[in-house]
Design a protein around this ligand. Sequence first.
Ligand code: T3D
Length: 265
Amino acid sequence: MSDEASIIVDRRAGFRIITLNRPQRLNAFNEEMHVALRAALDDADADVACRALLLTGAGRAFCAGQDLSDRVHGKGPRRDLGQSLDRFYNPLVRKLRTLRFPVVAAVNGVAAGAGASVALHCDIVLAAQSAKFIQAFAKIGVVPDAGGTWLLPRLIGMARARGLALLGETLSAETAQAWGLIWKAVDDDRLMAEAGEMCAQLAAGPTIGLGLIKRALDAAETNDLDRQLDLERDLQREAGFTPDYAEGVTAFMEKRAPRFTGRRE
Ligand code: T3D
């Protein structure tokens, strides 16, 4: 399986598509894929021409979480899974959540275990109608990770989070949308087109402002109102000095579409 690249990066005008590419294992994470994905995210982040990202999976799955064939079976030596989180999953989640541009997940099929967490950390989650979300962790005796225990109650409330995490039941894309776990479920054959159009729209947006919106919403998860008001003031100050803000207001006054550059100067 290592003959083929474990991720594929497709560069489009203004955004990149990153495809998890281990379809024989439903795009489950092994070390190679972690390293490749991390490098691709760093590379996109460093490229000023990249203003949005689309994350999807090859074949019939989005991602089945950790590759369990890499884990011990039976009586062999036990592995420190905390180390795996420290080395791979936690840095991945931190990176995904702090990218300076929006990230869209196109969940093309099953998203299980850490694969579900990774999808749900993306800023906007589109899922094919046939996609499923599974908190598979309890079925093998581990804890929802990659931020799953933090995300789930915030997105769908504690009762549903407990049910999903403890029972490991399969959630359809339709129910995921109805519960507010994801943005939208779309027809399977429209998924990539809709996700691509959304990324193109985001990539033409005021990138710095969009990044500041991400920061504000993330901070709102933990801030009280007082701190959040202060943060909004600080971020608004930063937004107000961007050329895209000047362009946005000018375009509005001139009754034309804005031409945002996403640049600081
Ligand atoms: O370890 C650490 O570092 C700690 C971090 C843990 C994070 C985690 O993600 S823990 C949770 C790991 N993931 C799972 O437990 C999910 C395991 N997979 C499944 O439950 C099922 O495969 C699915 C529900 C996702 C899909 O079911 P189905 O029936 O559509 O497909 P399948 O037949 O089960 O799988 C197809 C193939 O993919 C199959 O291989 P084969 O028989 O064709 O050679 C299957 O073994 C393989 N596959 C699926 N998921 C994984 C996998 N191989 C390795 N690891 C997987 N996670």
